[in-house]
Design a protein around this ligand. Structure first.
Ligand code: CDT
Length: 310
């Protein structure tokens, strides 16, 4: 029997500072209900879906910064969302800013959680590739302070048996790194879920602005194809607190083809039946890791760098 998961990718439009968590959660619940009505098995929300992307501005005050983080997800703030998902029997992927205390030290991560249709947590991921800077750059039109507000994820790139296949997660900038897909695929991933907040302007490198949409798609299409995986990428789009972010929420097949994509920069659901068996021709034939990868030879090539030609 074919292993088909109906996936709803739930793009968020801007979340403003003036919006309450309850209001934001209600927007997510509304998309959840639409996804369930469409028969989806899994809904995928974006990176830091519960708040504006606060890395875009400088925050000095610790108490103010704390308001953007969650101590537990699922937890009190998100209870209504996860209860509704359980009632509707639909799995949930949700990105959020995580705060926790380890050995008496407060720690902050850019995290995501995957929950099954029964409401049980399948797994968690903490973003590894943190872009941007830790210093204040007041001359820039906006900041990119992930290196100030988050620590590097310490959970690696795990994969889980879920939804009839093998699932992994990454977050936003992780999607630009080939290691992300390869490590997940070496762990057996057939489906990679991710959220992103991607401005359409890079203050330090405006010459790249014209390529933002292209490179967003390029890295994920290549990652999907080269690793025989489905990639579901969900954006927070539109003009949020003065920062214009791309839409282009995408579902990408293991062929590398984009099979569904958002058309707006607001709250928008795109739905696709992802057949996990479509990964087989790549994993078992075209790009069979077992038969065709030669990691021992990659190392030998590196060792010869700079050697004199005989
Ligand atoms: N959230 C996040 O990781 N955003 C970065 C912006 C970097 S600017 C190219 C991204 O890779 O989309």
């Amino acid at each position: 029997m074919a292993r088909i998961i109906r996936i709803a990718a739930a793009q968020s439009g801007p979340v403003l500072r003036s919006e309450t968590r309850v209001q934001t959660l209600q927007r997510l619940i509304s998309m959840l209900q639409d996804a369930a009505s469409a028969g989806a098995d899994l809904i995928v929300f974006t990176e830091c879906a519960l708040t504006p992307f606060f890395s875009h501005w400088w925050i000095e005050d610790e108490a103010e910064l704390d308001t953007y983080y969650e101590d537990a997800v699922p937890g009190v703030t998100t209870q209504a969302l996860f209860e509704e998902a359980q009632r509707l029997q639909i799995g949930v992927h949700l990105g959020y800013a995580e705060r926790c205390v380890r050995n008496g030290r407060k720690r902050r991560f850019n995290s995501s959680v995957l929950v099954d249709a029964q409401g049980d947590v399948i797994g968690r991921f903490r973003k590894i590739h943190l872009p941007g800077h830790a210093d204040h750059r007041p001359d820039n039109p906006f900041q990119n302070l992930e290196k100030r507000y988050f620590e590097t994820g310490d959970l690696g790139f795990p994969t889980w048996n879920a939804f009839g296949g093998v699932v992994g997660m990454c977050i936003c900038n992780d999607r630009r790194w080939s290691e992300t897909y390869r490590v997940l695929a070496l762990g057996g991933a057939e489906l990679i879920l991710l959220g992103y907040n991607t401005p359409d302007h890079i203050p330090e490198h405006p010459e790249l602005d014209r390529l933002v949409n292209f490179q967003h798609q390029l890295c994920m299409q290549a990652g999907a194809y080269q690793n025989g995986c489905w990639v579901v990428a969900v954006g927070k789009a539109g003009m949020e607190e003065g920062v214009s972010q791309i839409g282009l929420t995408s579902i990408i097949a293991p062929s590398g083809e984009i099979v569904a994509q958002s058309k707006t920069t607001g709250d928008e659901l795109i739905i696709h039946d992802c057949n996990l068996d479509d990964t087989r021709v790549y994993k078992e034939a075209m790009l069979n890791f077992e038969k065709n990868r030669s990691p021992e030879h990659y190392q030998a090539i590196t060792a010869q760098r700079g050697a004199k030609t005989p």
